[in-house]
Write a protein of this length. Structure first.
Lengths: 111, 113
């Protein structure tokens, strides 16, 4: 069953703008991960945030985690055309070994 | 790209064919995974192997048969598939089976005629 659900499903912005994507999940988790997928290719891991962390940064990426609301957000600052891709959140539920993915947010950054 | 390679990258097969997908990881990881990605559906976990032993079969039909001869190689044998099995099949690996980052291969785009 689907654990994470991204919002919005699609997002179109201009180069230089910030992009924010949200992820909601249903049950307790060990960690939450964000992945990027360019069209028809494999997924690339972006960032992992553990359940006891609230915020994490990696370059132009900022991820927050609110376990009380069971939600996470991914912020991409100063977006570039090369950021155009689908972004997925994935969670490992407590007591499970399975990484469960959402349907993703399709981000388009227009030059 | 990421230390995980998949072959072939594209495969077209008839419903009566038998074919195999191959995945190899060069990262020294202990766990390997097969996923199926269909249009407009979430990525679906199919199989999990940890130290060559299968630990998860996510109710996958028997026309998909995995094989893991060692921690670096993973195969998916395909037999009498259906058109709805057409999808992108992704292989991934991780150092440990639980809580860890997964590294994905580029995928095999499968079309079943």
């Amino acid at each position: 069953s689907q654990q994470g659900e991204e919002d919005p499903q699609a997002l179109s912005i201009q180069e230089g703008e910030n992009a924010t994507m949200n992820c909601s999940y249903k049950t307790s988790i060990n960690n939450l991960q964000w992945y990027r997928q360019n069209s028809g290719r494999g997924l690339v891991h972006l960032i992992l945030i553990r359940s006891n962390e609230r915020e994490k940064h990696s370059g132009r990426l900022r991820v927050t985690l609110d376990t009380s609301k069971k939600s996470s957000s991914l912020l991409i600052t100063a977006s570039r055309a090369a950021d155009t891709a689908s972004y997925f959140c994935a969670t490992i539920m407590s007591g499970s070994e399975k990484l469960v993915f959402g349907k993703g947010t399709k981000l388009t950054v227009n030059p | 790209e990421t230390g995980v390679t998949q072959t072939p990258r594209h495969l077209v097969m008839g419903m009566t064919n038998k074919k195999s997908l191959k995945c190899e990881q060069h990262l020294g990881h202990n766990a390997m995974y097969w996923y199926k990605q269909s249009a407009k559906k979430p990525l679906e976990l199919m199989f999990v192997y940890n130290f060559k032993e299968q630990t998860e079969n996510n109710s996958v039909p028997s026309r998909f048969s995995p094989e893991c001869p060692n921690s670096s190689h993973l195969f998916l044998h395909l037999h009498t598939l259906q058109p709805e099995d057409s999808a992108l099949y992704l292989c991934a690996s991780s150092q440990v089976i639980r809580t860890d980052t997964q590294y994905f291969g580029p995928g095999t785009r499968l079309t079943v005629l």
